[in-house]
Design a protein around this ligand. Structure first.
Ligand SMILES: Cc1cc2nc3c(=O)[nH]c(=O)nc-3n(C[C@H](O)[C@H](O)[C@H](O)COP(=O)(O)OP(=O)(O)OC[C@H]3O[C@@H](n4cnc5c(N)ncnc54)[C@H](O)[C@@H]3O)c2cc1C
Ligand SMILES: *[C@@H]1O[C@H](CO)[C@@H](O)[C@H](O)[C@H]1NC(C)=O
Ligand SMILES: *[C@@H]1O[C@H](CO)[C@@H](O)[C@H](O)[C@H]1NC(C)=O
Ligand SMILES: *[C@@H]1O[C@H](CO)[C@@H](O)[C@H](O)[C@H]1NC(C)=O
Ligand SMILES: *[C@@H]1O[C@H](CO)[C@@H](O)[C@H](O)[C@H]1NC(C)=O
Ligand SMILES: *[C@@H]1O[C@H](CO)[C@@H](O)[C@H](O)[C@H]1NC(C)=O
Ligand SMILES: *[C@@H]1O[C@H](CO)[C@@H](O)[C@H](O)[C@H]1NC(C)=O
Ligand SMILES: *[C@@H]1O[C@H](CO)[C@@H](O)[C@H](O)[C@H]1NC(C)=O
Ligand SMILES: *[C@@H]1O[C@H](CO)[C@@H](O)[C@H](O)[C@H]1NC(C)=O
Ligand SMILES: *[C@@H]1O[C@H](CO)[C@@H](O)[C@H](O)[C@H]1NC(C)=O
Ligand SMILES: *[C@@H]1O[C@H](CO)[C@@H](O)[C@H](O)[C@H]1NC(C)=O
Length: 605
């Protein structure tokens, strides 16, 4: 029984003074109105909003530590430097049937700020159709109309400078942007000149330039970054939300501690059990109003399952007492499978390669950044992307859609629950509408400032699973994308690959001297498939959808107010609640979801 291995907290009386960052467990209150599990992107946005009401007490428990203002996190040009460090969970994943190198280690933020501290800083939205699909799955208020106010609320947009506008022709639509949110969306003062060639190359392929991705995300476009335009450092939830909330006496954050169980009594969540490590004591803290789960799409389903909330068959296998039999927990796992095609360029005047190959030049630009916050070190993962509709890269759109409509198999994992299967079929029907539409994207392209070409599948039909693999909350769950199990995903990818080659052969790209390093000899479908199977990754760091917001009968885990079915006082608010991944890098969407979650939590009190 759980009490036997828990040392109960002694009642700590904490004086209400400002700057109450909790560094010691002993300083916690014994109960809070809300306990938020995970101080990542979604958790800190919600904690910041909830503590705006000074009468509301909130505790955030975060597995990772507070950063120490390292350049590796804050300097845009150092993006990627934290991967593989102690700020990264480095989650192992299981071998894939289709992709040869599908078992990889994926990065995920384990630090205050979560993955917002590690990500590539690309900041943009999906198309209205992507969110309308969520609403069509039975989630009233979660379509484009319902979410737009939250996209606006979440951001502080700074338009591109006059110089960028005249040099690159960047356009934007102020009416769909926000100017008082916690995360900054701004452009670096420096953009590599070859970015123009990418935009032009897409135009030469017949793809239109979008006026602003924020309202029209299909086409090729310049996009901002999550970049603080004053300090020219990463904008993320540690400085933007945690550092704001920590000045309020009603906000506590305990870092370096992992929640090991959500505590329930008669299907009411009343608190959490947590610990600093697998051989450390476990403690509990109560939540008198709600427990809010924001541990991310990989760890949330594992934690729910270990707390008795999940598929009965799995819980029984693990020996966990069933609190709520929810077959959807850990199902519906999605990401953006991605391909990196190596290209090199012979005609670049200046690229990131100049910095890696010439230490003198790198030091010069680094000093420029230090002194004036300009130059290439203000650049993170780039400022141009293309998200294009199926009919703009293949003539087989109607053929592919018809094939999808005739599929009599779901390609879900063996023994998939009937409700989960029904939900998947509904998703597939709606996704095939998107595959056939000109107003939604199915493929993403980008070209790095020194290569490579990156192609990513935006609306895959395949679905994976995340399952706790043991009773130990400190050992990673089994992470299985089942990428390309649905053969239609590969058919789409073959044509996307061919279109990528046409892109690199446009005049705008040949001007840069693009050279296809290894794939020039691939011609037949079989050769291409063989190459894709050997080289593709199942991930683009966009894990999501494993606690899907959908009706319970079709495999949903949370309702349209993000409340977990069958347990009261419990919500999930992280990337897991997204029912279908949008055609976009995820963060701007998760900021909007978190803002809406905060409003739902406040209004139901
Ligand atoms: C390497 C990388 C690059 C990316 N690049 C981009 C990009 O350029 N643009 C973009 O739009 N998106 C990008 N993303 C995606 C984006 O950052 C995520 O979608 C987003 O951060 C998800 O928010 P979240 O709140 O669901 O999870 P997270 O931000 O990951 O937060 C989850 C938090 O919960 C904590 N946690 C987990 N389990 C527990 C537990 N049991 N107890 C306590 N705490 C726990 C974690 O440590 C973490 O801090 C990237 C992601 C990664 C990993
Ligand atoms: C992937 O699986 C293969 C075979 O099971 C194994 O040899 C390899 O080490 C694994 N790779 C990773 C990164 O886990
Ligand atoms: C900006 O947002 C803050 C809360 O984050 C609020 O207090 C303030 O009134 C807002 N300002 C404007 C001009 O809307
Ligand atoms: C980019 O091109 C402009 C001319 O359009 C030129 O003035 C500038 O020096 C170039 N920048 C770099 C870094 O090469
Ligand atoms: C926490 O809540 C549980 C269940 O209501 C209760 O038994 C326990 O005494 C509470 N603990 C504290 C420290 O308030
Ligand atoms: C960058 O590298 C390229 C290729 O080596 C070279 O032609 C160019 O002159 C370099 N540019 C600068 C500014 O050093
Ligand atoms: C490196 O950059 C410096 C400064 O621009 C330049 O003087 C030098 O020639 C470069 N070295 C090489 C090998 O290109
Ligand atoms: C720039 O500043 C960092 C500290 O933020 C320092 O470590 C680095 O040495 C500086 N680099 C140069 C070239 O001035
Ligand atoms: C699609 O059809 C058009 C018109 O027949 C043709 O010009 C084009 O090359 C075709 N595209 C592809 C990718 O086959
Ligand atoms: C299912 O579809 C496949 C091909 O799409 C076909 O070969 C098979 O006969 C179908 N099975 C049934 C039961 O209809
Ligand atoms: C294509 O060429 C590369 C070397 O450039 C070789 O490794 C590969 O096997 C070739 N692939 C095919 C399908 O011929």
């Amino acid at each position: 029984m759980l009490w036997s291995h828990i040392s109960l907290l002694s009642v700590a009386v904490t004086t209400a003074s400002a700057y109450l960052l909790i560094e010691r467990r002993e300083d916690l209150l014994d109960q809070y109105d809300y306990v938020i599990i995970g101080g990542g992107l979604s958790g800190l946005v919600v904690a910041n909003r909830l503590t705006e009401d000074l009468a509301t007490t909130v505790l955030v428990i975060e597995a990772g530590e507070l950063d120490k203002h390292e350049d590796s996190i804050y300097v845009p040009g150092d993006v990627g430097a934290t991967l593989g460090t102690s700020y990264d969970w480095q989650v192992p994943t299981v071998p894939q049937d289709v992709l040869v190198n599908g078992n990889i280690t994926i990065p995920l933020g384990k630090v205050v700020g979560g993955s917002s501290a590690l990500n590539g800083m690309l900041f943009h939205r999906g198309s209205p159709a992507d969110y309308d699909l969520w609403e069509a799955l039975g989630n009233e208020g979660w379509g484009w109309e319902g979410l737009l106010p939250y996209f606006i609320k979440s951001e502080t947009f700074t338009p591109p400078s006059d110089e960028l506008v005249s040099e690159f022709g960047i356009t934007y639509d102020e009416s769909v942007h926000g100017f008082n949110g916690s995360v900054h969306a701004s452009y670096p003062p420096f953009i590599y000149n070859q970015t123009k060639n990418f935009i032009k190359a897409m135009n030469q392929l017949g793809v239109q330039t979008s006026n602003d991705q924020a309202s029209s995300a299909v086409g090729v476009f310049y996009l901002p970054n999550s970049l603080n335009p004053i300090t020219m450092t990463r904008s993320f939830t540690r400085p933007d939300d945690h550092d704001v909330a920590v000045e309020r006496a009603n906000y506590h954050l305990l870092a370096g501690n992992q929640v090991t169980k959500i505590l329930t009594e008669d299907a009411v969540a009343y608190g959490v059990e947590y610990s600093a490590g697998s051989n450390q004591p476990r403690y509990i803290v109560n939540a008198t109003v709600e427990v809010v789960v924001a541990a991310g799409a990989v760890h949330t389903p594992q934690l729910l399952q270990l707390s008795g909330i999940g598929p009965r068959t799995l819980l029984e296998e693990l020996g966990v007492e069933v609190v709520s039999d929810l077959p959807g927990v850990g199902s519906n796992f999605q990401d953006h499978p991605s391909l990196i095609v190596p290209y090199s360029f012979t005609g670049l005047a200046f690229s990131p390669q100049n910095l890696t190959s010439n230490a003198t030049l790198a030091a010069y630009y680094r000093e420029l950044y230090n002194l004036s916050k300009t130059g290439p070190y203000t650049v993170s993962a780039g400022n141009a992307l293309a998200f294009i509709s199926t009919n703009s890269f293949t003539n087989k759109t109607s053929e592919l859609v018809a094939e999808g409509r005739n599929q009599n198999e779901t390609y879900l994992s063996p023994g998939a629950d009937p409700g989960v299967t029904a939900g998947y079929k509904k998703q597939r029907d709606l996704l095939l509408d998107i595959w056939g539409s000109s107003d939604a994207a199915t493929i993403e392209y980008s070209v790095g400032s020194a290569g490579p070409l990156v192609i990513s599948l935006s609306h895959a039909l395949s679905r994976g699973d995340i399952r706790a693999s043991s009773l130990d909350p400190f050992s990673p769950p089994s992470v299985d994308w089942r990428a390309f199990e649905n053969p239609l995903d590969m058919e789409l990818m073959i044509d996307a690959f061919r279109a990528g080659r046409r892109l690199m052969q446009t005049p705008a790209m040949t001007e840069l001297g693009a050279i296809e390093a290894t794939t020039g000899n691939l011609t037949t479908d079989e050769q291409i498939v063989d190459y894709l199977k050997k080289t593709m990754s199942p991930s683009f760091s966009h894990v999501c959808c494993t606690s899907p917001m959908m009706p319970k009968e079709i495999g949903g885990v949370v309702d349209e107010e993000l409340r977990v079915f069958g347990v009261s006082g419990l919500r999930v608010i992280d990337a897991g609640v997204v029912p279908v991944v949008p055609a976009a890098h995820l963060q701007a969407t998760i900021y909007a979801v978190a803002e809406k979650a905060a409003d739902l939590i406040k209004s139901s009190r």
